[in-house]
Design a protein around this ligand. Structure first.
Ligand SMILES: Nc1ncnc2c1ncn2[C@@H]1O[C@H](COP(=O)(O)OP(=O)(O)OP(=O)(O)O)[C@@H](O)[C@H]1O
Ligand SMILES: [Mg+2]
Length: 488
């Protein structure tokens, strides 16, 4: 192969997004090195697209604008993904290995262009990319030139269904929609590629041209019978179709019918699956919540049957832990979208704290929750950990900080520090005197480190206790900024 400068961008894009071999990439490099010349000689924007691996899309890997010409694109499109629905010509060439010319293709930038596409093949005759040239066209002038006497309606149809004898791909053959054109006696006079496939599959007939379409496909009968409708939803045994009907008239006389059919079977199936999934997920959340409530009532029952006084507190602690987990599921179930696995942390904290303080013997304890304008949403798994930690720490404050009773204050505050979320729990009580960690603090320590990838520590204060939990904000934790704080 001859020596040329390696186009690093092209090489990197091909390596990252395509399945091309080093040899193929070298060949593309070779062509890319002459792209500027092609662009200049034809005075057209010229570029190379390659197929992105494992998808139906292509990617622009090299381009050249004609020198000294204002080009039709605002900016370079190298590295951009090209979608098959926007660029049928490109995908036609990829699929068939044939050249294509499409007039008035509309690019992703919304411009009208004339686009010609040639496949680039390697030594094994595989299409490794396509070379594309695009010129902006004055659509109106072009049409007038092509069809000087044609009325707009007439040549639009010709444009859609094209000229059967043409070498070039017909636009309708590149579309996913089924086109069926019938004459005044409902006989099929034209259909595109997918249409032919559709009719043979549905009717079992090979000979379809000039056959009565309703006889071939009896399910289309209502479409032909109903005069005033335009769009039909047809649910067949195995297929879901959306049928659009256009009546063609000439001087008030019926000239035939154009049907455009979209096969939405897959779409409808996906919709159904999603609906099923969301029902199932909602049901699971319900069951989890109900099971937790059953466990809680079993414990309560046991307590009522009588447990030794010294064991009672353990039952109470456990009940409160169970309650904090079930709060998470209550919140999820109250979501508008029940399969939305999202829990509002501030709301959760309010729920847990009011239950802890409500159950505490110190009626006077004043609880303040400061969100600092943060609305924090997390997935349920994280919410369960946070619920348990808040429960333990607020419970500790309510239980140990104010042994004498009196006017106590517990503050739970959420502070966002760059991408670290800090959860502070203060009380103005007696303070911790050489704590001997029991199960409560062990739970907090464990969850903070192992579940949230964070830390748990105490900050020394002159009065009271100040516990801090910090953990990184990741894609599973969303933070919005709100206007006002929520106090309670
Ligand atoms: N806010 C607080 N104020 C004063 N002392 C506290 C505070 N929080 C914890 N302590 C002390 O630390 C000890 C350990 O707390 P920890 O939560 O691990 O155990 P616990 O509350 O006694 O029992 P449990 O395992 O049921 O939570 C407590 O027994 C208590 O003496
Ligand atoms: Mg405790």
């Amino acid at each position: 192969m001859e020596v040329f400068a390696i186009n690093q961008t092209l090489t990197n894009l091909c390596r990252a997004h395509t399945e091309l071999s080093t040899r193929d990439i070298l060949q593309l490099n070779n062509i890319a090195s002459t792209l500027q010349m092609y662009a200049d000689v034809s005075n057209a924007y010229t570029f190379i697209d390659c197929k992105v691996k494992n998808t139906q899309h292509a990617i622009v890997v090299a381009e050249a604008f004609p020198t000294k010409m204002g080009h039709i694109y605002e900016k370079s499109v190298v590295g951009k993904i090209v979608f098959d629905t926007f660029e049928p010509g490109v995908f036609y060439s990829f699929q068939t290995g044939r050249k294509s010319l499409i007039r008035r293709a509309v690019t992703q930038e919304g411009k009208s262009v004339e686009q010609s596409v040639v496949p680039i093949k390697n030594e094994d005759d595989e299409v490794i990319g396509v070379l594309i040239q695009e010129k902006e066209v004055d659509a109106a002038a072009n049409d007038a030139k092509l069809h000087p006497n044609a009325s707009i309606g007439q040549h639009s149809i010709e444009y859609i269904i094209g000229d059967r004898n043409s070498e070039l791909p017909i636009v309708s053959d590149l579309l996913m929609e089924i086109f069926l054109l019938t004459d005044e006696d409902d006989r099929l006079i034209y259909t595109n590629l997918v249409g032919t496939r559709f009719i043979t599959e549905m009717s079992g007939e090979e000979e379809i041209q000039n056959q009565n379409l309703v006889k071939l496909l009896p399910f289309l009968k209502p479409v032909f019978e109903q005069e005033d409708s335009f769009v039909f939803d047809l649910a067949l045994e195995k297929k879901s179709l959306v049928v659009k009907k256009i009546r063609l008239r000439k001087k008030d006389k019926m000239k035939g019918t154009l049907l455009i059919i979209q096969d939405v079977t897959e779409l409808r199936m996906k919709e159904k699956e999603l609906k099923m999934k969301s029902v199932v997920i909602q049901e699971i959340h319900h069951r989890v919540k109900n099971n937790l409530q059953t466990v809680a009532s079993l414990l309560r029952l046991q307590m009522r049957k009588g447990v030794p006084a010294e064991i009672r507190p353990y039952f109470v602690d456990t009940l409160s832990r169970i309650y904090s987990i079930s709060s998470v599921y209550e919140l999820i179930l109250s979501n508008e979208n029940a399969d939305d696995d999202a829990v509002d942390l501030i709301e959760l904290t309010e729920r847990i704290c009011s239950s802890v303080v409500g159950n505490s013997p110190h009626e006077k304890v004043h609880l303040i929750i400061q969100s600092n304008g943060n609305k924090i949403i997390t997935i349920s798994r994280k919410a369960v950990s946070i619920a348990l930690m808040v429960n333990e720490l607020v419970q500790n404050a309510a239980k140990h900080a104010f042994p004498e009773g009196g006017k106590g204050r517990i503050i739970v505050e959420f502070i966002l520090n760059k991408d670290i979320l800090e959860l502070h729990i203060f009380d103005n009580g007696v303070g911790m005197k050489g704590p001997k960690p029991s199960l409560g603090l062990e739970i907090v320590q464990n969850l903070a480190v192992n579940d949230l990838n964070g830390e748990f520590y105490y900050v020394p204060e002159k009065k009271g206790t100040h516990a801090v939990i910090t953990f990184p904000v990741d894609p599973e934790v969303l933070i919005y900024h709100e206007q006002e704080d929520i106090d309670s």
